[in-house]
Design a protein around this ligand. Structure first.
Ligand SMILES: [Zn+2]
Length: 251
């Protein structure tokens, strides 16, 4: 989504849709006017239903929908609403899990469905559907990789469910090696164990979108990064966003 955010002119209005605690740190883009919206977390900003957005037409220059469309019951009306609030020349970022992947199946097993009501399996069909509903041109699709950070112990209060014994109750070191093993297996066997889903880009985006998949995703903050931008020491790199040590694999 950074390709969209960093190419917006100062003062641009951005809607962070269904964002939980926020899809990106506002401090990274202090010149943007960001509205966070979530149905269940009024603490983050506006509490509202995405199928009935409380904003006039063309209120925003960009909408960010990061890991949220898979949770929305009324997907059709939500997409129409997104198109309505984006102004002419605006842009849209969408990321969703691929329901056919090991990562998403594991997530739904651990979290008993995890609130994923829309199982997406066909990226071309989804891109077409979003483009039709929002009237924004589909610009690019990128495959996203998982870091399995949803297995982290801090996600479970007061304690991890019994099935998390398989993952050492969410110990970050175990998740780190699990993520690394998935990526290495993918490179050896051509499997998709480390694949999460897709990022879609729509509308007018000044910056060209690099569609190469980034396999190195931080186990702590979830930031993905192209391998060539990482400083690698032996088998390890430090996350460019949060500084956490991660195991490295070439893209
Ligand atoms: Zn990080």
């Amino acid at each position: 989504m950074d390709e969209i955010l960093r190419s917006l002119p100062p003062g641009s209005r951005v809607l962070d849709l269904g964002c939980r605690d926020g899809s990106f740190p506002v401090s990274a883009y202090p010149e943007l006017r960001v509205v966070r919206l979530d149905r269940e977390r009024p603490s983050v900003g506006v509490q509202a239903d995405a199928a009935r957005l409380p904003f006039p037409d063309t209120s925003f220059d960009a909408v960010i929908s990061n890991h949220s469309l898979e949770h929305m019951d009324a997907l059709g009306p939500v997409l129409v609403e997104i198109g309505r609030v984006i102004g002419r020349g605006g842009s849209l970022y969408v990321s969703v899990p691929d329901a056919s992947t090991f990562s998403d199946r594991l997530y739904r097993w651990i979290y008993h469905g995890g609130g994923h009501v829309n199982p997406f399996r066909d990226p071309a069909a989804l891109a077409w559907r979003i483009s039709e509903a929002t009237r924004l041109k589909h610009v690019a699709t990128r495959t996203l990789h998982a870091s399995f950070l949803y297995l982290g112990r801090h996600h479970f209060r007061p304690r991890p469910p019994r099935r998390m014994w398989l993952f050492a109750n969410g110990d970050q070191r175990v998740i780190l090696w699990h993520s690394y093993a998935a990526r290495v297996a993918d490179q050896i066997f051509g499997s998709r164990l480390s694949v999460y889903g897709w990022a879609f880009y729509f509308g007018s985006i000044a910056e060209p979108i690099d569609t190469q998949a980034w396999s190195n995703v931080c186990v702590h903050c979830g930031s993905g990064c192209p391998a060539e931008l990482l400083v690698v020491q032996g088998r390890w790199y430090k996350c460019n966003s949060c500084g956490t040590r991660n195991l490295f694999t070439p893209d």
